[in-house]
Design a protein around this ligand. Structure first.
Ligand SMILES: [Zn+2]
Ligand SMILES: [Zn+2]
Length: 619
């Protein structure tokens, strides 16, 4: 489900923030007094987080400017859209049933497109690239110290920098919220004003910024539209930044979409996004419609999203890799009504092309620039170029790692490959990853870029080592490059210690104190606890060490009767076999298109079975 959501997010990226209230240039005048305890005299510059896509709350407003509430009385979030299921079913149900019964497009594709328009209208910019009035960004125009408990929770949920705040003080932490579907240039303007405000109210003459994911595009704009900002910056700590956009967005904007290929849609596409058996079940169910009809409906939906959401949204354009810009802008922005948008996307395109040059300029002016990236996690297979580069699931590695060269996911650099040293001239440095996938010397900042193997983009903030590293970089000057300490090597691993830390270790310690067991079991339990704590506390990990420690604890907890042995269920392969059999014999055809043969009787029975399921669901 997570993956599906991230796909929807990726597909959904759209329009603009016109909420000009909040943190604008007019406001800082009143906040001229220094609000920090240090008065600006401590060694740590305040940090401003520039978060990623979907990491800011944006609320839907009605015509009176009041919050629109859902059936449970909660405010409605605008990201990535608002899916009012009841409304969508109402709209699509009748055309879908008619199309099903007649096996022809009796309004299915148009009603689907209309439903999508309804789900995304709040993210549809106008022809100036501005977001509609019906959205409000939840902003925090003050330090975390002045945030309410609710606001702190929102911020720390997105980036758990509590330890940083504890060390340095919450008055040295700021969160720059913005609309993911906002206007790129307006957001950059706001960030520049925000930096000036933070300087003023903390008393520090420089700040640290932390651009995360889409925040990397905002930083690109900042460095290019406001070159003088170099004097305001002490450190930049990039985390999985989309410096050259995402190939997924490039493929969507140029309609190089993998699932519009019939054969891939019925065999291969869904498997890349979810559990195979679930994917195969959907493939089988999809055959209740003729393949042409289904593909046409999807095609219409994509066109609608491109026209309403993507084409007019300058923040979406900022996620387009530069190599796609010429083709995509010619296709989507040629009509005269797009003139104002094209001026803005042209401007960002220059900032994106200048990204490495502007980052180098920071370094040359004494700003410390660090980069934390993930790799060896295949890009979600939305676009045809999903396997053209190594990636973290959402962004290709050359984008996050400033042009780095690497092998594809699952492959290694050729045996005779030698380190290129494009950006490193120290012959003693080995910048080839231990798994021989990445040549870090080919990325702009080989000595200050940290790589995490097998780490998925959207789980980056759950990797406690990444958060500890970011904290160390922001709160101290202990780390100046990847050689500063063996605790934070250049190449590290994906991990998520929550189960080990919050469940397994407490359960094991509790068992040690309360459960009667043999000496041998006790020795093993103690050893497993020791291993778990060692793994938990070290930051330079080994691949799979968290799972190994967790499994060891689990095994002994089962042995001494604290945990029940989990029954290993044979996973079902019914739909997998069925879908593959259908594909082999009938290609992508819907049930109604099958030839009348004995096989058809079997399939008619299956079809009837699914119709019943659908009926039950729909009524
Ligand atoms: Zn200070
Ligand atoms: Zn080097």
């Amino acid at each position: 489900m997570k993956k599906i959501i991230s796909i929807i997010l990726s597909l959904a990226l759209v329009i603009s923030v016109a909420a000009i209230g909040g943190v604008n240039a007019a406001q800082p005048e009143t906040a001229s007094e220094i609000l920090t305890e240090c008065g600006g005299n401590c060694d740590v510059c305040p940090a401003i987080v520039v978060p990623g896509i979907g990491q800011s709350n944006v609320w839907l407003l009605d015509d009176n400017g009041d919050y629109v509430l859902d059936a449970d009385g909660n405010r409605i979030g605008c990201f990535p859209g608002y899916f009012n299921i009841a409304k969508i079913v109402m709209k699509v149900l009748v055309p879908a049933l008619l199309s099903l019964v007649t096996q022809s497009d009796l309004g299915l594709s148009t009603s689907l497109a209309e439903a999508l328009a309804g789900a995304f209208y709040m993210n549809s910019s106008d022809f100036n690239g501005k977001a509609p009035d019906c959205v409000e960004v939840e902003k925090y125009p003050y330090s975390v110290a002045e945030c309410s408990e609710y606001e702190k929770q929102q911020i720390y949920n997105n980036i758990p920098l509590q330890d940083y705040a504890k060390q340095v003080g919450e008055d040295h932490l700021y969160y720059f919220a913005y609309n993911s579907f906002g206007n790129n240039i307006d957001i950059v303007d706001e960030l520049y004003a925000f930096i000036q405000k933070v300087k003023k109210e903390t008393g520090h003459d420089k700040v640290n910024i932390v651009p995360i994911s889409m925040g990397g595009t905002v930083a690109n704009g900042l460095l290019d539209y406001y070159p003088e900002v170099v004097n305001d910056l002490n450190k930049v700590v990039y985390i999985v930044p989309a410096l050259n956009g995402s190939t997924i967005v490039g493929d969507v904007m140029t309609k190089n979409i993998a699932f519009l290929d019939k054969d891939y849609l019925y065999n291969g596409f869904l498997e890349g996004l979810m559990d195979e058996e679930d994917a195969r079940m959907i493939e089988v169910i999809a055959r209740i419609l003729p393949d042409e009809l289904l593909v046409k409906a999807l095609d219409t939906a994509v066109d609608k999203l491109l026209a309403d959401v993507f084409s007019k949204n300058t923040n979406m354009w900022a996620l387009l890799p530069q190599e796609y810009y010429e083709e995509a802008s010619a296709e989507l922005l040629s009509a005269p009504e797009y003139k104002k948008i094209k001026e803005q996307t042209d401007r960002y395109h220059i900032a994106q092309v200048n990204s490495n040059k502007n980052i180098q300029n920071l370094v040359d002016n004494g700003v410390q620039v660090f980069n934390i990236v993930d790799y060896d996690f295949p890009l979600y297979n939305i676009g045809n170029a999903w396997n053209a580069d190594n990636a973290d699931g959402v962004i290709q590695l050359s984008s996050t790692a400033m042009g780095v060269h690497s092998a594809l996911v699952g492959e290694t650099l050729p045996e005779d490959y030698v380190q290129q040293n494009t950006y490193c001239d120290d012959p003693t440095h080995n910048h080839i990853s231990p798994d021989r996938v990445v040549d870090a010397s080919t990325g702009l900042l080989p000595d200050t870029t940290f790589y995490f193997d097998g780490q998925a983009h959207e789980k980056t903030a759950r990797n406690d080592v990444i958060i500890k590293l970011a904290t160390e970089l922001l709160a101290t000057d202990n780390i100046t490059d990847v050689y500063s300490t063996p605790d934070y090597p250049q190449f590290n691993y994906a991990r998520d210690v929550r189960g080990l830390k919050n469940d397994r270790l407490p359960d094991a310690k509790n068992a040690l104190a309360t459960v009667a067991m043999s000496d041998a079991d006790k020795a093993e339990l103690e050893a497993a606890i020791a291993e778990g704590e060692m793994v938990l506390n070290r930051t330079a990990g080994e691949e799979g060490d968290v799972k190994a420690a967790d499994d060891r604890l689990r095994a002994i907890l089962v042995k001494i009767g604290v945990y029940e042995a989990s029954a290993e269920e044979e996973p079902s392969t019914f739909f997998t076999n069925l879908s593959l059999w259908l594909y082999k014999h009938f290609g992508t055809n819907g049930f109604s298109e099958f030839p009348v043969t004995a096989a058809n009787n079997l399939l008619a029975a299956i079809s009837y079975f699914f119709n019943r399921i659908l009926n039950i669901k729909l009524i």
